[in-house]
Write a protein that binds this ligand. Structure first.
Ligand code: AP5
Length: 212
C-alpha cells in the first residue's frame, strides 16, 4: 500500500503504526535518503542539496532506489510505501514495477490535513540527531535511544513553504492519477494520531476487499 499526503500530514507516523501492526516493512524514501546522507554516499549528497531546498530529488534516482528495495525478500507479503510516488512519472514507474513483480493492485490512502495545521506541526517537530525518529512532544531526549533532539534541516519555515508549493505542483496530480481506482481512499489526518490509525485500518481493509 501507499501512504500519500502533504509534508507533515502524518504519513510516516501512520505508515509506521500500520506496518508494525501488520508485520510489513515500511519503506520511506525520505528515511532512505537521510540514511544515505549520514553514510556520506556521493549520490545522496547531491540529493541532500535538493532536500534542504525543499525540492524533489530527480525521478531517475528515486525510481532506482525503490526498484532496488523491491528486490528484497521482505516485501513479498506486502509493504507500506511512505513518500513515494511523488510525481506522476514515479507513479507510472511503480505500476510497471508492480506488473513485473506480479504484485498489486496497490491500495492508496491520502492523509488529508489543512495547510495551517501542516505548518504548525512541522514548526514544532523535533527529531533525534542519532536515530532520526520523530520526538514525542514535550520531551528533551529521544525516547528510543536517548539521542539529542534537533530540528530537521528541511523544517525551517521558508523550506516548509517551498515543500508545500512543490507538493501542490508535483504530487497533487498523483492523487488524480489514482483517484478513480477502487482501492483509493482518503482519511481525515487532522485528528489525534490514534483516531487516524483506527480509521485507516477500516479504510485499508475495505480497500483490500475491493481488490478481490
Ligand atoms: P519526506 O521525509 O518524505 O518528507 P515529507 O513528505 O515532507 O513528510 P514529513 O516526513 O515531513 O511528514 P509526514 O507526512 O511523514 O509526517 P510525520 O508522520 O513525520 O521527504 C523529505 C524530502 O526527501 C523531500 O522534500 C524530497 O526532497 C526528498 N524525497 C523523498 N521522497 C522523494 C520522492 N519519492 N521523490 C523525490 N524526492 C523525494 O509527522 C510530522 C509531525 O507531525 C511529527 O512531529 C508528528 O509527531 C506530528 N504528527 C503526526 N501525526 C499527527 C497528528 N495526527 N496530530 C498531530 N501531530 C501529528
Amino acid at each position: 500500500m501507499i501512504m500519500m499526503g502533504p509534508p507533515g500530514a502524518g504519513k510516516g507516523t501512520q505508515a509506521g503504526l500500520f506496518a508494525r501492526d501488520r508485520g510489513l516493512p515500511k519503506i520511506s524514501t525520505g528515511d532512505i535518503l537521510r540514511e544515505a546522507v549520514k553514510e556520506r554516499n556521493p549520490t545522496a549528497l547531491d540529493a541532500k542539496a535538493c532536500m534542504d531546498r525543499g525540492e524533489l530529488v530527480d525521478d531517475g534516482t528515486m525510481i532506482a532506489i525503490v526498484a532496488d528495495r523491491m528486490t528484497k525478500p521482505d516485501v513479498q507479503p506486502g509493504f507500506v510505501l511512505d513518500g513515494f510516488p511523488r510525481t506522476v512519472a514515479q507513479a507510472r514507474a511503480l505500476d510497471e514495477l508492480m506488473e513485473r513483480l506480479g504484485s498489486g493492485p496497490l491500495i492508496v490512502v491520502d492523509v488529508a490535513v489543512p495547510d495551517e495545521e501542516l505548518v504548525r506541526r512541522l514548526a514544532g517537530r523535533r527529531i533525534c540527531s542519532v536515530c532520526g525518529a520523530n520526538a514525542e512532544l514535550s520531551t528533551d531526549a529521544c525516547q528510543k535511544c536517548g539521542g539529542r533532539l534537533v530540528q530537521r534541516s528541511d523544517d525551517d519555515q521558508g523550506v516548509v513553504l517551498e515543500r508545500l508549493r512543490v507538493y501542490q505542483q508535483s504530487t497533487k496530480p498523483v492523487l488524480e492519477y489514482y483517484r478513480e481506482r477502487p482501492t483509493f481512499r482518503v482519511v481525515n489526518g487532522a485528528q489525534a494520531p490514534e483516531r487516524v490509525a483506527q480509521e485507516l485500518t477500516v479504510l485499508i481493509d475495505d480497500a483490500a476487499a475491493a481488490r478481490r
